[in-house]
Design a protein around this ligand. Structure first.
Ligand code: SF4
Length: 444
């Protein structure tokens, strides 16, 4: 029995095996106390979303350790400003915890604004700031007035929920930036939500969209600037790649600015093709639909033969997936199918109920599905299911290597694009280079 194999019984409802147990698992809840969850904290969730804003000052109000989360572990690229690559901290110490950190925060903002000309400062709250109760809102308001720029608090104390609460905190901050539109741009102008331009991925997608006649107004938040974000409400449609982090913002923009949204995914060939078609259809222009079909035909003809050669090499191989959001997990199941690999274990940090329903439909009988896993569970099921390769992020890499299992990085610190047609080929190449590496012959 699966349950008997688990160490922490409170986790039983968050894990299932397709065909042998419940169809729906528990998800979108806080982690079980005592579990070493693979999830990042609320502050990290907020930082993922906001850090790619290239011309912002990102100031972490907290102990220096929280500020170790920097651009260096997030490969978001910029075509302009580079200020976002710095990570600033108020470096709170024991004295500040006892007497409060507000003065220190106000001084830090003054210092940074004097040294780095920027139109906006994001001030991130961390665990200890939530505990001591510094009034971020008041400090930021006073600093805004003093310096004549926007200084915005990000209410992301690490313990106030899970990573999803951090996404919402960042989206609330972004909503404060967006200005009511004087007029709409044109019907082909869209915002691209939930792409952080890792290794230039937003540029790849922007090129596809440009080719079919879509004008990308602003990307949230990959390679974005303060001025561009301000104009977001002038677009006619929002498309969302990473729904876990940005569905909330899209829903709010629909309520406030009447901008409809579409969930898409540019991970894998099947979803890239489907997404281009749905965007063209949503914008409803016959010429655009024709251009989308031409692009799809050309790129599919280029990519399919390459994937076919890899499919031959991957016969009999099995994969495990553990990623942040549900949309990526769903696309990865299809992407592995495209290269002939069966998924035997799949989980996410912040997947939603509907996403797990789709995952359940897509995977084969016997696949383990789990939400908010801990290292012990991942190791147990990777081995138990006979996975040859794990797709995950920086925290999962050592688990795989320790077990002699190949690993693919699909997180924010990678340096190569995995989106679109280009990404589909890169993914297959990377799977090949790790799965077929001779190094595994030496693992005992
Ligand atoms: S906010 Fe809290 S949980 Fe997050 S990195 Fe800082 S101390 Fe750790």
């Amino acid at each position: 029995m699966l349950e008997a194999a688990l160490v922490i019984t409170e986790r039983n409802d968050s894990i299932a095996q397709k065909g042998r147990q419940k169809n729906q698992i528990k998800c979108d809840t806080d982690s079980v106390a005592g579990c070493v969850s693979q999830r990042a904290c609320v502050y990290c969730g907020a930082r993922v979303v906001l850090n790619p804003v290239t011309d912002a000052i990102h100031l972490v109000h907290g102990p220096i350790g929280c500020a170790s989360y920097t651009w260096d572990i997030r490969g978001s690229l910029s075509s302009g400003e580079e200020l976002y690559r710095n990570s600033f901290s108020t470096d709170l110490k024991e004295q500040d915890v006892i007497f409060g950190g507000e003065k220190k925060l106000a001084q830090a903002i003054d210092e940074l604004v004097a040294k780095y000309p920027s139109p906006v400062v994001f001030v991130y709250s961390t665990c200890i700031v939530g505990v001591i109760g510094d009034d971020l809102e008041a400090i930021c308001k006073a600093a805004s007035k003093k310096h004549g720029i926007e200084v915005l608090p990000v209410q992301s104390s690490g313990f106030i929920g899970n990573k999803s609460a951090g996404y919402r905190a960042a989206c609330d901050t972004l909503l404060r930036l967006i200005e009511p539109p004087q007029s709409r741009k044109n019907q082909h102008s869209i915002n691209y939500l939930g792409d952080f331009n890792l290794a230039g991925e937003a540029w790849i997608i922007r090129n596809y969209l440009h080719e079919i006649g879509v004008d990308v107004n602003v990307v949230f938040t990959g390679d974005s600037s303060y001025a561009e974000l301000k104009t977001a409400a002038t677009a006619s449609l929002n498309i969302i790649q990473c729904a876990g982090s940005m569905a909330y913002l899209a829903e709010k923009m629909e309520q406030i600015y009447d901008i409809p949204y579409l969930r898409i995914s540019f991970v894998g060939l099947e979803d890239t093709v489907d997404s281009l078609r749905r965007i063209a259809l949503a914008l409803g222009d016959a010429g655009m639909i024709a251009r989308a079909e031409a692009l799809i035909a050309r790129e599919t003809a280029r990519v399919q033969p390459i994937l076919a050669t890899y499919r031959e090499k991957f016969k009999g191989k099995k994969a495990a997936i553990y990623v942040g959001g549900g949309f990526k997990a769903i696309s990865l199941i299809k992407q592995f199918r495209e290269i002939g690999i069966e998924v035997v274990m799949i989980g996410t940090q912040t997947g939603q109920r509907e996403e797990y329903e789709t995952i359940h439909e897509l995977v084969e009988e016997g696949t383990i599905i789990l939400d908010d896993a801990n290292p012990a569970e991942l190791e147990r099921f990777m081995v138990g299911q006979g996975a040859h390769i794990l797709v995950g992020g920086v925290k999962e890499r050592p688990l795989a290597y320790k077990l002699g299992v190949c690993f693919i990085d699909h997180n924010h610190d990678r340096k190569h694009p995995l989106s679109g047609f280009t990404g589909a080929v890169n993914f297959a190449q990377e799977v090949y280079s790790t799965l077929c590496s001779p190094v595994w012959n030496f693992v005992r």
